[in-house]
Design a protein around this ligand. Structure first.
Ligand code: URA
Length: 424
């Protein structure tokens, strides 16, 4: 077999067989296939696609390229949650304690690179919080307390690490089969029994429209079936910042608000939907029954108390959550209905304040970020406060910059629904 013949086949829009896909992944991981050859093949895949069998084989050999975690010594069904990445997405921090009141919650998470933050970065903004667990420690903690979030092992899905970095650098991220196999290989290798995926759709997400998101959802659900795992995809709106805050400590503080039965409606509703789905699958109970349990845990304080316990058992000091930054409120330049919010621009802005990384080894400033007080469809008057920036290094033209994220119109605009669809 020869990589040039395989590239040619894909260029001519022919499908690759299992042996060819195995050959590509194994030989790319061991270095026999070079980056320039792999990026050429990836571009042919971006343009001509892969059918379902190809996508399944791609997933299978990605999984086989690294370690596969065995969580079978944790009693009960383990339901994992994944988000395709959104600005202000702190949902994991909220659902972890809620789900763990009724089921086992075990999650391997990553650090952020790009305009969306990583769960691990948010947790590490709590002083002392430990995210470095080996597999035995994870299993022991989950068997005892029902909850553990750990930094993902570098030995998992080695092929995806290499291929994703190459896709990022070669303009080949935008392919539904490649995204589906990348996400599903990581979830399956992490050892979950079933998976709930929060699939973001909109200006601040990979999937810009619902039609593409539905195709991705069905692809991931069908891959799940091949591995005997139930997958539920919740399509959620990413045309607004989720909740209010962007920036690590700010997001932890906002999560606490929701856990104390407060918070913005969008983030609260999404957290309730995701945690209810997870509890329903894990306990094989009706979704409405699961929802009642979730709402009760928010109302009676048990969700917040579980969060405090979780922070304590992972070594965190909750009293360290004090913002140490300068702050400025931003007023609107004009009046009008908000037609569009540049969510991706807000993510990039927050990263430029120091809340996220540009390079892998950059040090994050956990105290900085931005709060966006308005959503699409809101009417704002000139001089209304629309945002608050927390900063530790001087940023020129902050007020201009933040105003530029909002596009206004004189005509009334509908508000965004947070949940667009649920596919299973
Ligand atoms: N998230 C992933 O893990 N992989 C992709 O390809 C895109 C989003």
């Amino acid at each position: 077999m020869n990589i040039l013949e395989i590239i040619d086949k894909k260029r001519l829009n022919k499908s690759l067989n299992e042996n060819e896909i195995q050959f590509v992944i194994e030989n790319y991981v061991n270095g026999n296939i070079k980056d320039y050859q792999m990026s050429s093949l990836l571009m042919a895949i971006v343009i001509n696609g892969m059918n379902f069998d190809e996508t399944y084989y791609f997933t299978k050999y990605m999984i086989n390229s690294g370690k596969i975690i065995d969580l079978s010594s944790i009693n009960g069904i383990k339901v994992d949650k994944h988000s395709t990445g959104g600005v202000g997405d702190k949902i994991t921090l909220i659902i972890a304690p809620i789900v763990s009141l009724y089921a086992k919650f075990v999650k391997m998470s990553g650090r952020g690179l790009g305009f969306t933050g990583g769960t691990i970065d948010k947790l590490e903004s709590i002083k002392g919080f430990n995210v470095n667990y080996d597999i035995d420690e994870i299993i022991n903690q989950v068997n005892k307390y029902n909850i553990c979030i750990s930094y993902t092992s570098d030995e998992l899905v080695i092929a995806d690490k290499k291929i994703y970095a190459l896709r990022d650098a070669s303009g080949t991220v935008a392919s539904i089969p490649l995204i589906a196999s990348s996400i599903m290989s990581k979830k399956i290798a992490s050892g979950a029994d079933d998976i709930v995926i929060d699939l973001k759709v909109g200006a601040g997400a990979f999937m810009k429209n619902k039609e593409d998101a539905l195709t991705l959802a069905h692809t991931m659900i069908n891959i799940g079936k091949k591995f005997n795992k139930k997958v539920v995809c919740i399509l959620s709106n990413m045309n607004d910042v989720l909740g209010i805050s962007v920036g690590n400590k700010l997001e932890v503080l906002e999560s606490i608000e929701v856990l104390k039965n407060g918070g913005e409606e969008d983030i609260r509703n999404l957290a309730i939907e995701i945690s209810s789905r997870m509890i329903s699958i894990a306990n094989n109970i009706d979704i409405e029954k699961a929802k009642e349990k979730v709402v009760k845990s928010l109302e009676d304080g048990s969700a917040y108390n579980k969060f405090l316990e979780f922070v304590k058992i992972q070594g965190g000091d909750i009293s360290s959550l004090v913002i140490d930054a300068k702050t400025i409120y931003i007023k609107a330049y004009e009046s009008g209905y908000i037609k569009y919010i540049d969510v991706e621009g807000i993510g990039e802005f927050s990263r430029s304040l120091g809340a996220g990384r540009i390079n892998k080894d950059d040090i994050i400033d956990n105290n900085v970020g931005i709060k966006i007080f308005k959503k699409c469809g809101d009417y704002i008057e000139k001089d209304d406060i629309i945002a608050q920036v927390f900063y530790n290094k001087d940023m020129p033209n902050i007020v201009d910059k933040v105003n530029s994220f909002f596009t206004l119109t004189n005509n009334k605009v509908d508000k965004n629904e947070i949940i667009l669809d649920i596919v299973e």
